[in-house]
Ligand binder design. Structure first.
Ligand code: SF4
Ligand code: SF4
Length: 166
């Protein structure tokens, strides 16, 4: 299965079916733990995410606002769209209910895959997986077209592959 990475619709890298990585543009990203993505996004939790969250003892009502699922793209090639539930927000603010004052995540060990992959989101595109940094992404710390010696594109690719397939 081929995997393509892109950022703002610009191709960054491709990984062919044998795992060979071709880097097309150089990017740099290190998560600074700024928590902007926990404050500014609606966080989708798939059925599988919900099972892990509920198994950890979190009540449904603590986890999500309502049990009306939305449809999101799946990384599973067999599926097109999958159901997801939007994680609960704190009252009167937009941030995720699980974001602690310290900036840490209360459910770090079983947070949704969407949180783990951010600022990438993964979806199916024809016969490949597309790992995309959306033009409206809120993360300020991913940079496109950096100097080659400052780039950590390969590290980003390996990290994504580990998160998706390990
Ligand atoms: S992914 Fe980006 S926005 Fe989210 S915590 Fe890390 S640096 Fe901040
Ligand atoms: S579940 Fe955790 S990592 Fe995900 S948005 Fe909420 S606080 Fe952030």
């Amino acid at each position: 299965m081929e995997i393509l990475l892109d950022m703002n619709n610009v191709p960054i890298a491709s990984i062919d079916e044998n795992g060979k990585v071709t880097i097309l543009r150089h990017i740099y990203f290190k998560c600074t733990l700024c928590s902007d993505c926990c404050r500014l996004n609606n966080i989708p939790a798939t059925d599988r995410d919900m099972v892990r969250i509920l198994d950890a003892g979190i009540a449904v009502g603590q986890a999500v606002e309502e049990m009306s699922p939305v449809l999101i793209a799946s990384k599973d090639l067999e599926k097109g769209l999958v159901k997801a539930y939007i994680l609960r927000k704190k009252p009167f603010v937009n941030e995720c209910a699980f974001l602690e004052e310290s900036g840490l995540c209360k459910i770090h060990l079983f947070k949704p895959i969407a949180c783990d992959l951010y600022p990438f989101s993964v979806r199916k595109n024809d016969n490949c997986l597309l790992a995309t940094v959306h033009p409206k992404n809120v993360c300020r710390f991913i940079e496109l077209d950096v100097e080659k010696n400052r780039s950590n594109t390969l590290e980003i690719v390996e990290d994504l592959l580990a998160k998706l397939f390990d």
